[in-house]
Design a protein around this ligand. Sequence first.
Ligand SMILES: [Zn+2]
Length: 196
Amino acid sequence: MKKRSILSLIFVSCLIIAGLSQIADAQNARVLSEAMRVTGDRFTVTTRTPRGASVYAVNRPSAAVLNAIDQGLTDLFAVARKNGYYKRLNYTDYSIFIGRADRTVDSQGQYSPDIAVGAAQYAGSIYDQGGYIYAAGMVISTDPCAFVIAEHTRDFGRISNVVRYEGEHLVLYHNDRPRYLATLDHSKGGGHPILQ
Ligand SMILES: [Zn+2]
């Protein structure tokens, strides 16, 4: 009798774990398809940073790129704590998609790998490039936390900044919803860093 109840307990636990991983798979599939929709890229490489953030990329990222992502998250978590925000401050909470750059040089001639995204709320603003805008990064999903950045071949310090900046939106979403909503749309003014 006792053995049987333990067995059924194990069986139920397995069902719950299977159910949870199915939910996680469904969430990951949703986030992946959104990242593909926004960028038009196929993310065939899956890896992790040394500190555990998930990375999906069009080409295998170098160690320098993975370390730059970790540095950006480290900076983000430090400034978040300084502001009294403690939720979603684990490296494993974050998925970073590295898409193909739609441009590598900005209008001033500076190295600036960016992705083109539909203009939507930016139409007619200074960001509007004729139906789309160039962005250094873009949030793909607030829960789970995911954003896309463009591939870099140098200036990896810029990756750290973009990671920190896109991460600001996600930290605010999970810790301070009014501030998240107030800082979400850069076409109404305000940029990064949001957290000081
Ligand atoms: Zn932003």
